[in-house]
Every structure is written in structure tokens, then in C-alpha cells.
Design a protein around this ligand. Structure first.
Ligand code: 16G
Ligand code: ZN
Length: 509
């Protein structure tokens, strides 16, 4: 067929570097930008096939998220705004690694396996190609793909539509909160010198001064993700450079493509306080649980975390808040799928990636109650708050801007300071290390990455090290984005957590 010949000719213009082998990892392909030309071309092909296969619009996001500036990445977004289905990740790896002569057979193999009708029209939306949305954040693209495929039911499939939907909900949530001071309306944002900086400025114009942002690391001078951004703050447990923090002031950091957020402040003693994804999940689930009780709605809510969740957060949510807790493997797709099992699924990774999912039933029950003229004022108020909460949330994926608006609204409604939020529970001191070994994948894990099943003897070694410390826990897992093994340890004191992490990393060699 002529179309295959054309693919072959065009592909020769985007040659694969000899010997290069890449993998569609936890969140797509990600490596030095100079090695990605052939991958970008081939992901265009794969996205076309996926679109024909699903008869829906597919998203192609070009970003390296929180990686250094010289890196780039690409990932595909499925029709409902979700990460592309697992079996297609395998196809992506296959296509990316095919030598020029093997490309057509690889394409034909996918077409055959998925029984794709090649006469079916393909629809794509992506920043730099085809239906071109220009520069947008990762979650904005997820949102627009979902809107496009639900005929606008989820919202209008434009960036403006996104701003309008989220800002209206935020204003409804906050406008009638009495006595909000200027301090409460003010927030410092570290844009990681990424796209989120540009977009949060655009969003701010829609917020009618209900939120006033001091924006730092806005991309005008600093380097992307360099000494700043959510990943830097979380891993280093310190403030980003470029942010002028005053004591006690609420600050947050986005990552490079604005799908993660962490909050922090510094105390008068100069101590840095981090409020990560676990604290965010706690704040949001507590708020939702209170509203469900007030509304008298019997909906099943769960919080989904990963092995990295601080032990104190799990303990607090499970034992004090009596919330259903789930633990999954690292990577948004795993948390997202687990959260879909409930009426309301709150999911967050400690690194600040997360959102809330509402089932159709939950949304309907909330809507019914909000419109029911016979229900009490208290119930109605709770139902309206829940409705606006749903609209401020980007349910397709974790979203720095949307999460920020939700958190700001909750703090406003509850009249809570960042210090009060922080005091809900105290984090157990913890340490993360990475270990370079010749083949990280010899480590195989089970129980949502909390236990190692191979190599033999490793888990027993970890168990006996953990026993030496109080309130201790540790696990190891191969990274899905770097060629390293990650080690996590937590314990009663920072010294113990540091020592345990160090000892476990020695056991990995
Ligand atoms: C990717 C994942 C993130 C995960 C991280 C783990 C998405 C969108 N992003 O950034 O959720 O926490 O990888 O990296 O899924 P690691 O495997 O190197 O520890
Ligand atoms: Zn990201």
C-alpha cells in the first residue's frame, strides 16, 4: 500500500541512532532530547493507529516532566484522558526500537494484532503536531482529550474552556467564605521554569482576585527544573532557589509539566516544613468525608497511595479517619485504576501527583441532592460544595493548577492555616537513596513494591536491618525512569532513617 511506502520514506528522515534501545517507561519515553527524533516520528504513527483502533481522539504529549532541560519525552493519552493502555506501551517500545527495515513489519504486526481498520479516520491532538494545541500543561492536554471524546460533557475542549470551568468552580467555593484576609488569599508559586508558570498566570486572570499569586521561577531567566520545582523540593526536602519566602507563608511548587504539586512553609525557627502528596491526600479526603457526612450521602470513599506514602499518613487515615486505604505500585496509571473502583477515589503519590475520581453514581447522587428542594439547608450546602469541588478537579490526571485551586478552596472553607494543616499528623523522618548497580531489574518486587522477591536473601536482609530501629520500614525497587535501584527508609528519628537507608543500600549490592 502506498501509505506504507510513504511511512518508510519519511521514517528514513528520522533515523534511529544505531544500537539505541529505549523503553516506554512508567510515563512514556524519556531521555536526552537528541536521541528522541525517531521516537517522536514513530509515536505519531502509533498514535494514529491507536486513534483508528479506538475511533476516538488520542493525545500526544511532548514533555520530560521534572527531568533536566536537555531531556525530552513523549507519552500517549487514551480517549478518556487516561494513560495509554498497557499493551500499547509494549507496542510503543517495539516501534521505537525497530531498525529502519523492521519498522513496516512492526507496524503491520500491530495492525494485525489489534485488527485495525486502516480506512478509519484518525484524530489526534497534541502540542506540536496535527491538531495543534500549542504549549499546554500535561493535565490540560488530558482534559482536552477527554472533553473531545465526551462531546463536551466534561467541559469545552479548549484551554479557555479549562480556565473557565475550574475558575468558576473555585470562585463559587470561595466567594462566600466570610472574613478571608489578604494573607489567606495570597500564595507563592514556584513554576519550576516550566509551562505551569505561564498557565497559572493565565488562570489567575480568571480568579477575580480570590487568589493572588506571587510567581517565582517563571521561566524568564532560570533553567527548567534546575534547583526548583516539586521534585527538587520533595527529594531535597528544602526550599527551591528563586523563591522569596517569608516566615510562615504558604508556598507551593509545580513540576516542569505541571502535573505535580507540593506545599511548604518555613517556621520562625527557620525550619523547612514540607506538605507533600500524603498531606494533600489527607486534607482532601478529610474535607470530602466531612461533606459526605453533612450531606448524609452513603458513598464509598478510598485513598490510594504507594509504598512511598509516609507511614504516619497511612496510620492517620486508616485509624483516625477510618478511611479505606489501598496501596499500588508506583506510577499514576496504577493509582488511577485502583481509585476507579470506588464512588470516590482520592489518589496521591508522595511526590505530589494525584487527583480525585468520582463515579457516575456519586456525581448523580450529589447532583440530585443539590437540586432537591425538600432537603435541609445543611445537606444542600454540602451537596453544592461537593458539586463545585467536582468541577474544580481535573479527574483525568493529577494537575498542579487544579490541585492548587482545590487545596486553596479547602483551606479557605475550613479557615485553616498551612500550619494547622501540617499539624494534622507528623511525618515520620525518611530518606530516599538511589543505588547504581549493573542491572537494577534483577530486583523483582511484590505486594505493591513493598517486598523484594528476588534476588534471594535480599528481603530477609532488609527485614533484619529494619528490626534494629523503632517505627522503621524500608523497601527497594528498580526505578521505572532511570537506570537505578531506589531505596526508601523511614524510622522514628532522622538519624535512624538515614542509617537504615544507607545499610539497605549496601545490602542491594
Ligand atoms: C513517573 C510517574 C510518577 C512516578 C515516577 C516514579 C506518571 C505520570 N509519572 O514520573 O507517577 O512517581 O515516574 O519514578 O506516571 P521512578 O520509577 O524512577 O521512581
Ligand atoms: Zn510531571
Amino acid at each position: 500500500m502506498a501509505q506504507f511506502e510513504e511511512v518508510s520514506q519519511k521514517s528514513a528522515l528520522h533515523p534511529k541512532p544505531a544500537g539505541l534501545v529505549l523503553q516506554y517507561g512508567t510515563a512514556g519515553f524519556r531521555t536526552n532530547a537528541k536521541n528522541l527524533d525517531h521516537v517522536m516520528f514513530r509515536m505519531g504513527l502509533l498514535a494514529t493507529l491507536r486513534s483508528k483502533n479506538t475511533k476516538a481522539t488520542i493525545g500526544v504529549m511532548v514533555t520530560a516532566s521534572h527531568n533536566p532541560e536537555e531531556d525530552n519525552g513523549v507519552k500517549l493519552i487514551d480517549p478518556m484522558g487516561e494513560m495509554v493502555a498497557m499493551v500499547w506501551e509494549g507496542y510503543a517500545t517495539q516501534l521505537a526500537n525497530a531498525e529502519q527495515d523492521d519498522l513496516l513489519p512492526a507496524l503491520k504486526d500491530i495492525i494485525k494484532r489489534e485488527a485495525i481498520n486502516m480506512t478509519q479516520e484518525a484524530l489526534l491532538c497534541s502540542p506540536p503536531v496535527l491538531s495543534d494545541y500549542g504549549l499546554v500543561t500535561t493535565p490540560q492536554l488530558h482534559y482536552m482529550v477527554c472533553c473531545q471524546n465526551t462531546q463536551g460533557q466534561y467541559g469545552e475542549a479548549t484551554v479557555e474552556g479549562y480556565y473557565r470551568k475550574l475558575s468558576q468552580a473555585f470562585i463559587r467555593l470561595t466567594k462566600n467564605v466570610p472574613n478571608r484576609t489578604d494573607d489567606q488569599k495570597h500564595l507563592c508559586v514556584d513554576g519550576a521554569n516550566g509551562i505551569g508558570a505561564l498557565k497559572v498566570r493565565e488562570m489567575e486572570r480568571h480568579l477575580e482576585r480570590e487568589l493572588q499569586i506571587s510567581l517565582f521561577n517563571d521561566g524568564s531567566s532560570g533553567k527548567l527544573n534546575h534547583q526548583c520545582g516539586a521534585d527538587f523540593v520533595k527529594v531535597q526536602q528544602k526550599a527551591p532557589t528563586g523563591v522569596e519566602m517569608t516566615v510562615g507563608e504558604r508556598c507551593c511548587s509545580f513540576d516542569g509539566d505541571a502535573d505535580r504539586i507540593v506545599y511548604y512553609y518555613s517556621s520562625s525557627a527557620g525550619r523547612f516544613h514540607l506538605l507533600d502528596g500524603d498531606k494533600i491526600a489527607t486534607l482532601i479526603s478529610t474535607f470530602l468525608k466531612e461533606l459526605l457526612t453533612q450531606a448524609g450521602l452513603d458513598l464509598k470513599m478510598a485513598v490510594v497511595q504507594t509504598a512511598y506514602a509516609n507511614g504516619s499518613s497511612t496510620q492517620y487515615l486508616e485509624n483516625t479517619m477510618k478511611v479505606i486505604m489501598k496501596c499500588t505500585k508506583t506510577g499514576v496509571k496504577h493509582l488511577h485504576h485502583a481509585a476507579q473502583e470506588f464512588d470516590i477515589g482520592v489518589y496521591f503519590e508522595s511526590n505530589g501527583h494525584g487527583t480525585v475520581l468520582f463515579s457516575k453514581t456519586a456525581e448523580q447522587k450529589i447532583k440530585q441532592l443539590a437540586e432537591d428542594s425538600t432537603s435541609s439547608d445543611e445537606k444542600k450546602r454540602a451537596a453544592l460544595l461537593l458539586q463545585n469541588t467536582i468541577n474544580v478537579i481535573n479527574q483525568t490526571v493529577g494537575d498542579s493548577i487544579s490541585d492548587m485551586l482545590l487545596i486553596e478552596a479547602i483551606l479557605a472553607i475550613k479557615g485553616m492555616t498551612v500550619q494547622q494543616w501540617d499539624a494534622i499528623y507528623s511525618d515520620l523522618p525518611n530518606r530516599q537513596l538511589k543505588v547504581r548497580v549493573s542491572n537494577p531489574r534483577v530486583i523483582d518486587t511484590t505486594d505493591a513494591e513493598r517486598r523484594a522477591v528476588s534476588p534471594a536473601g535480599l528481603q530477609e536482609a532488609i527485614d533484619s536491618l529494619v528490626k534494629k530501629y523503632r517505627q522503621a520500614r524500608s523497601f527497594v525497587r528498580p526505578s521505572g525512569t532511570e537506570d537505578v535501584v531506589r531505596v526508601y527508609a523511614e524510622a522514628e528519628t532522622q538519624e535512624s532513617a538515614d542509617a537504615l537507608a544507607h545499610e539497605v543500600s549496601l545490602a542491594v549490592y
